[in-house]
Design a protein. Structure first.
Length: 541
C-alpha cells in the first residue's frame, strides 16, 4: 500500500473534523473550552458525553507533553442543558494519552485506550473499566490474539458492539504507512480472549486508502467510519455501511454521509446515541481549536431503530435494589446474545433491535432467576421501555432451603411431600424436589422417581381442588434451546405419569424452564445436580 503524508495539524488535533456546514450546533462553553475537544463518545441514552480534551494544563501528562490528552465528560439535563465539563478521574485517566472508545448501554463499562495488566499500563491495546459501588474498577486489559504483532503503526482505535462480544478495530500492519484498515474480533468467553483480528475486506477496507475511527451504532448493524477514499467531499469523510449477516465479514457498499456531515476538510470521530436522532462530531469553530458539535440526522443517515430497555433489579422480599447479572437471549437461542451488568444501585439498560423476541434474565447468587419476555418482532419507532425485575432469594441454612415466603420447601434428606400440612399450603408456594430423577440428557423417568410422584398423585387425589404447575429445570450443560426442550419433555413425562395415576390433566400445567432458573452454582457437580430438579407450584387450593 502506498504511504500518505498527513498534515501536521491533523496529527496534533487527533484527526478532528474541520469546518462544517452551519447546520451543526455547537454544544457551548460548558462543554467546549479554549483547548481542543476531540473524539466524542455519547452514551446510549444520550445523557452523558465523553470526549478527549487536548492540551489542557489540568491534563495528567501536560508537564511532559503540551498536547497531552485526557478524558472529560458532560451530562445533559431534561431541559437540554449540558453541565460544566469535568475531568474524569483515575483509572480512566492515567499518565499516558487517554481516550474512551465505547460506552456500554447501561453506562457501567467503558472501553479505554491502552492495555493494562494488574492495574498498570502495559502498552498498546484496549482495556475495560467497570462501575462498582466505590467507583470505577481497575482497567482489565483485553487479550486479543496476535494484536501486538499485527498493529505496528502509530494509530489505532476501536468500537464495540453493545452486547460486548464483538469489536471493530482500526490499525495498520505496515510501519510508517498511516494507512489503517478495519478489522473484526470476537470474544471467546470460555477462553476469556478475543480472536485474531480479521480484516474487513470487500468495499470497506480498500488498498491504498485509510479507514479509521469506526463507530458501531446501537442496532449492531450500522457502522460509521472515516476514510480518504475516492468519492468524498474533502480530505477525509464519514461513510456508512451495514452488516449483511452474522459473520461480520459481509457489509454493504459504503455510502458517503453527504454535505450535511462532510466538509472539504478532515471529518472523523462520529458518534450516535441509541435514539439515532443526533450525530456528534468534532468541528473547528473556535479560533482554530476543535469543538464538539451535533447535527440532526436525516432518515437515510440514521441506523436501524432500536428499543432501550431500562429498569432496576430488586430483592423481592426486601424490595431493595440489588446487584445482578442480566442476560438477554433471542427466543429461541443456543447462546446468550449479550449481557449487561446491573449497577450498584440495581439499574440496568440494554438496547435491543427490532425484529426479534427476547428473554431478559436476571440472575444472582442464592436467588431464583427471573425471566421477562420482550416481543419486538414488529417494527416500530424508537422507544424506551421500563422493566423492573424482582428476584426471590433462596436462603441456605445447612440442608434447609426456604421459598420466597420463608417456608421450608426442601430438606435434602426427606421428600418435600413427606409430613407436610396441606392446610398450611399457600397459593404460589413452591415445593422443589430433587427426587424426580432423569438420566443425563434424557426425559425418561427413572424407576426410583415413581415413589415421589406417587406421593404427589395421592395428595392431589385427596385434595381435588389443588391445581399445580409442574416445572422441570436443567443445569447449563448443553445449548440453551436444547435444555429448554429437554426440560419441557421432562415436565411432560412427569405430567403423563400423574395422569396415569388418576389425576385430571386439567389440574396440571407442565412447563420447562431449561437452564434459566438455577438454584445453585453450575460450576460444581453438586450444584448442577441441584439445578436438575422438578418443582410443584401450587396454583390453586
Amino acid at each position: 500500500m502506498k504511504k500518505v503524508l498527513l498534515q501536521s495539524v491533523c496529527l496534533l488535533s487527533s484527526f478532528v473534523a474541520f469546518a462544517q456546514p452551519s447546520k451543526f450546533e455547537n454544544l457551548g462553553s460548558k462543554v467546549n473550552s479554549p483547548y481542543s475537544e476531540v473524539r466524542p463518545t455519547i452514551s446510549a441514552d444520550g445523557k452523558v458525553l465523553y470526549f478527549v480534551v487536548e492540551g489542557n494544563p489540568k491534563n495528567n501528562n501536560y508537564k511532559k507533553d503540551k498536547a497531552a490528552q485526557d478524558v472529560w465528560y458532560s451530562e445533559i439535563d431534561d431541559a437540554g442543558n449540558w453541565s460544566q465539563a469535568q475531568q474524569a478521574g483515575s483509572p480512566i485517566n492515567g499518565r499516558n494519552d487517554n481516550a474512551i472508545f465505547w460506552v456500554s448501554p447501561d453506562g457501567n463499562q467503558l472501553l479505554i485506550r491502552g492495555k493494562y495488566e494488574n492495574g498498570k499500563f502495559a502498552g498498546k491495546g484496549f482495556s475495560l473499566v467497570k462501575k462498582t459501588s466505590s467507583g470505577w474498577s481497575a482497567p482489565e486489559g483485553l487479550n486479543i490474539k496476535g494484536y501486538n504483532q499485527m498493529s505496528v503503526d502509530q494509530y489505532s482505535g476501536a468500537t464495540m458492539s453493545n452486547d460486548g462480544r464483538t469489536m471493530i478495530l482500526y490499525f495498520s500492519e505496515e510501519r510508517n504507512s498511516f494507512l489503517n484498515d478495519l478489522y473484526v474480533t470476537r470474544y471467546n468467553e470460555e477462553k476469556d480472549e478475543w480472536s485474531r483480528p480479521e480484516r474487513i475486506a470487500g468495499e470497506v477496507s480498500i488498498d491504498d486508502y485509510d479507514e479509521m475511527s469506526p463507530f458501531l451504532a446501537s442496532d449492531g448493524m450500522t457502522l460509521y467510519f472515516s476514510s480518504n477514499r475516492p468519492g468524498g467531499k474533502g480530505e477525509y469523510d464519514i461513510w456508512m455501511t451495514r452488516r449483511q449477516d452474522d459473520s461480520w465479514k459481509s457489509w454493504s457498499s459504503p455510502v458517503n454521509m453527504g454535505d450535511s456531515i462532510n466538509s472539504k476538510g478532515w471529518d472523523a470521530y462520529f458518534t450516535i446515541d441509541a435514539k439515532g436522532e443526533y450525530g456528534y462530531i468534532s468541528t473547528v469553530q473556535n479560533k482554530g481549536n476543535s469543538d464538539i458539535s451535533r447535527i440532526k440526522l436525516s432518515d437515510n443517515q440514521r441506523p436501524k431503530t432500536v428499543v432501550l430497555v431500562y429498569g432496576k433489579v430488586y430483592n423481592a422480599q426486601t424490595k431493595k435494589p440489588m446487584d445482578a447479572q442480566l442476560v438477554y437471549d433471542l427466543i429461541p437461542g443456543e447462546k446468550p446474545d449479550g449481557n449487561a451488568i446491573a449497577s450498584p444501585g440495581g439499574k440496568f439498560k440494554v438496547t435491543l433491535p427490532y425484529g426479534q423476541v427476547y428473554s431478559l434474565r436476571a440472575t444472582a447468587d442464592k436467588f431464583f432467576s427471573v425471566i421477562d419476555t420482550i416481543d419486538l418482532s414488529k417494527y416500530d419507532v424508537y422507544k424506551e421501555i421500563h422493566r423492573d425485575l424482582y428476584l426471590n432469594p433462596v436462603v441456605e441454612d445447612g440442608k434447609v432451603l426456604l421459598d420466597s415466603n420463608g417456608n421450608v420447601i426442601r430438606n435434602n434428606a426427606d421428600s418435600v411431600l413427606d409430613n407436610f400440612n396441606y392446610d398450611e399450603l399457600k397459593e404460589g408456594q413452591i415445593l422443589s424436589s430433587d427426587k424426580v430423577l432423569f438420566d443425563f440428557g434424557k426425559s425418561i423417568l427413572r424407576a426410583d422417581t415413581y415413589k415421589e410422584l406417587d406421593k404427589l398423585s395421592r395428595m392431589m387425589i385427596a385434595n381435588p381442588g389443588v391445581q399445580i404447575e409442574l416445572s422441570a429445570h436443567t443445569d447449563n450443560v448443553g445449548g440453551y434451546s436444547d435444555n429448554l426442550k429437554l426440560s419441557e419433555d421432562r415436565a411432560s413425562a412427569a405430567k403423563q405419569y400423574l395422569i396415569s395415576k388418576g389425576v385430571s390433566a386439567s389440574r396440571i400445567n407442565s412447563k420447562g424452564y431449561g437452564e434459566t432458573t438455577p438454584v445453585a452454582d453450575n460450576k460444581t457437580e453438586v450444584g448442577r445436580q441441584q439445578n436438575r430438579r422438578v418443582e410443584f407450584r401450587i396454583l390453586k387450593k
